[in-house]
Every structure is written in structure tokens, then in C-alpha cells.
Design a binder for this molecule. Sequence first.
Ligand code: GRF
Length: 211
Amino acid sequence: MTRLVVLISGRGSNLVAIANAIERRELDAEIVAVISSRPQALGLEEARNRAIPALVVDHRDFDDRQEFDRALAEKINEYRPDWVVLAGFMRILSAEFIARFPACMTNIHPSLLPAYPGLETHKRALADGVSEHGATVHLVSNELDGGPVLGRVRVPLLAGDTEATLADRVLHQEHRLYPRVLQLLVSGRLRWDAECEALRLDGEGCDPVEI
Ligand code: GRF
């Protein structure tokens, strides 16, 4: 069974969506640990309710980013994951850390990358008056929210949308997107060919998966 370690910092709704997909047998994987950078993250409770080991590596316990990253990597490796799944993990990871998990670390971001990397994506999309917004699952690289895109979901803007209504609709779609992309990865159907810098679905070059 494919082993996932999920990294969170807060609410954990994507973690719940992934755990539910596993329960429904839509995702052939096992969450072997949830690790939070914040002790008060609500997602920890969600993990414990499901009898998933839930741990904290609190960034405030470390003098610098390097030490935190090293402790986090060690903790992750104790669980021998096949994939490290970032789900609302709010720490920027060092190049050294990322190099320890080559092409096996995913993240979900609330925008149609490469548009709006970083924070306040919904606010910026509304301010620009774009017609569509959405969410992206990508591999983690050294560039913030800049690794190869694996999948995305589009969300149209509606008249009267506020940051809250838009965020809500995007989040709802994130919960569909992340398990779907993870299932394609764990089944080996979707693969990033680093040598050719190409995404492949069932062996054929493809665009990011759209749901
Ligand atoms: C999501 O919007 C995700 O795209 C972003 O952080 C948020 C996490 O939400 N990276 P949750 O903790 O999964 O509810």
C-alpha cells in the first residue's frame, strides 16, 4: 500500500478529503502520519479521530529554518513515506529539505498556477477581475508554488463574489482535486518525467490533468 505522510499547519480540510477518499476506496493509499508545524492545528484532531499518528514539529522550537527542516525531514523519514503530501502546510521549505524528497512531494495551491503564487490568491484574483480562478496540485520544487503542475480545477467567478464565497467554492473543488491527482500518482498512471521535463499519463506526454 502506498504510504502518505501529510503535512499540515491548520484546518486540515484537504487532509479530511484525502482520508475520506481512502475510506471510500477512491484512493489506494494509507496515511501513515500527519505532521503539523503548529500544535493548535485543527487537522491534528481530525487525524487522531481517525487513529492516524498525529505529530507536531513546531517551528518555534528551533533556532533557524535549517534546524527545523532537518528535524521535520527526520520525522517524516521515520514513517518511510512513498509520497509527502503538503496540505495547507504554511512553512517555506529549504532547498536542502526539498532535495531529500525528490519528485515525491506534492502541494495544493488555491489558484490556477502559474497565476497567483503565494498568499491572498482569492483577493488578488477578485481585484484583477479575472473570469476564472481555481486550484492546482503540483510537485514541490525550489521555486515557491512553482514546481511542475500535475492537475488543476477551474472555478468561474460569479457576480457578487466576495473573498469568502470564492474561497469557499475553490476549497470545495480542492477537496475533489487532491485525492484524484494522488490516485493517478499512486497508481503510477501519472508521472513526471524529470529527464524530459514532461508529464506523462499512461506513458504518453500530457497536459496537467483537469477535473
Ligand atoms: C488550502 O486552500 C490549500 O490550497 C492551501 O492552504 C489551504 C489549506 O486548507 N495550500 P486546509 O488546511 O486543507 O483546510
